[in-house]
Design a protein around this ligand. Structure first.
Ligand SMILES: Cc1cc2nc3c(=O)[nH]c(=O)nc-3n(C[C@H](O)[C@H](O)[C@H](O)COP(=O)(O)OP(=O)(O)OC[C@H]3O[C@@H](n4cnc5c(N)ncnc54)[C@H](O)[C@@H]3O)c2cc1C
Length: 395
């Protein structure tokens, strides 16, 4: 089969890339599963702007305006924003809306097509699937998520690191329906954190751990026991992974990678929908222009890489630096950080944060708690030196 563009991976980012390419070009999306959004591998917490980018109001389960941060020594810090900071969405419905967007743009969405080989022939890219089918196109895009095999097959690098996640939906109604809870520290979730998200009639509790920790399920079991929910009825269990740290190169002649396949998730929170869909919009526009100009060389496609880096690349870099500082701290030091942050001025600065650019409040938080400098002076100096702490271009 011949098309202008083949997209490997029919998740939210693959579908939104197809939608951004738009009508008039032939786009094929290859998805290995029978349907979109299954298996579910996400906590579904996204800023209202991401719901609007997709037009997925129907997928919203709940609104969040606050967070309770639990530090390793038991100190709990409660932050409340002045407006809705995030929505909790049902990922299956969110993903279905992305699929509708792709189909309305004329994309051909093919299920049960698992990518397994890549070749180049006569200026085209040939993508092969396990069924023995071959799809030739001017441009092929890897949007195949955290297990991406497309990038490597096409000679592109992958993310630096992977964290492993597990999650359960429990038949428990949260006391505070508009706040998420977050537990920090190596003892609870080495290399990441744990969360509890109120979703109306049920509560979603999960955590991620670093690659060195062999058993995220063991940590989740212990957390549930510690908060008295080990016997709560389970509606669903999920597991997955999040690549952390963007690929050093995301384009080549005729190819590009996007979303989790390119390591676009935010290093501090693991959220990948805002950045992935922002990159999908850029990728779609750039591919369309490249095909219309009849130039699909890496020189032309590099516009995609330049634009996504200008949009959220600095935020990813600062997030990685802060993540490194966080993962190197002992639980005792982390508790000291918690006490340093626990002032009215600081809580106010933290409450003004935006989940899509968490490092943008770094200057204000530091101004409110200069004592933070003693914990990671090098990291803080590097972040401040980069200057544009608030300079993230938003869609
Ligand atoms: C536990 C957990 C919680 C998370 N919570 C949040 C959150 O609250 N907010 C947030 O923004 N992000 C969250 N994320 C991250 C978010 O889920 C991802 O960033 C997002 O799904 C990335 O979208 P994507 O389309 O790039 O990849 P995916 O959603 O993984 O989609 C990739 C698609 O490619 C398909 N595919 C894979 N390999 C092949 C192949 N060989 N051939 C054909 N198809 C293939 C897959 O079946 C899938 O449909 C979480 C992740 C985890 C693991």
């Amino acid at each position: 089969m011949l098309a202008d563009v083949t997209i490997v991976g029919g998740g939210p980012v693959g579908c939104m890339t197809a939608a951004a390419i738009g009508k008039g070009l032939s786009t094929v999306v290859l998805e290995e599963h029978d349907m979109i959004g299954v298996p579910e591998q996400c906590a579904g917490l996204i800023a209202p702007r991401v719901v609007d980018m997709v037009g997925a109001r129907g997928a919203v389960l709940n609104s969040i305006d606050g967070v309770v941060l639990h530090f390793p020594d038991g100190m709990a810090m409660r932050l409340k924003g002045k407006e809705v900071k995030a929505y909790v969405v049902e990922r299956r419905l969110f993903d279905e809306t992305c699929l509708d967007r792709a189909l309305s743009s004329g994309a051909d969405y093919r299920v049960r097509e698992r990518f397994d080989r890549f070749a180049r022939k006569d200026g085209l890219v040939i993508v092969g699937t396990e069924n023995g089918n071959e799809f030739g196109s001017r441009i092929a895009i890897g949007a195949d998520g955290y297990r991406s095999s497309f990038g490597e097959a096409a000679g592109l690098p992958s993310a630096n690191e992977m964290v492993k996640g597990v999650q359960v939906d429990l038949v428990v109604k949260a006391d505070d329906m508009s706040s998420v809870e977050v537990w920090l520290g190596h003892d609870v979730a080495p290399g990441f954190f744990a969360w509890s998200i109120p979703c109306g009639d049920f509560t979603r509790i999960g955590l991620c751990v670093n690659e060195a920790s062999s058993n995220p399920f063991g940590y989740l079991k212990r957390l549930l026991k510690n908060i008295g929910l080990e016997d709560a009825k389970r509606l669903a269990s999920y597991s997955g992974a999040i690549p952390i740290g963007p690929a050093s190169r995301t384009v080549d002649d005729n190819v590009l990678i996007v979303g989790d396949a390119a390591g676009h998730a935010k290093p501090l929170s693991g959220g990948g929908l805002f950045t992935g869909i922002t990159a999908a919009n850029i990728a779609g526009e750039v591919c369309r222009k490249a095909i219309e100009r009849d130039d699909v060389s890496k020189r032309t496609l590099r516009e995609y890489e330049r634009r996504w880096r200008a949009s959220f690349g600095s935020e990813l870099k600062r997030g990685l630096m802060l993540r490194r500082a966080y993962t190197r701290m002992s639980d005792d030091t982390l508790s000291d950080v918690g006490h340093t942050l626990d002032t009215e001025k600081c809580r106010k600065a933290l409450s003004e944060g935006d989940i899509d650019r968490p490092t943008a409040i770094a200057m204000n938080v530091l101004g409110a708690a200069p004592g933070l400098l003693r914990f990671s002076p090098n990291v803080i100096a590097a972040i401040l030196k980069r200057g544009k702490v608030v300079g993230v271009e938003m869609p």
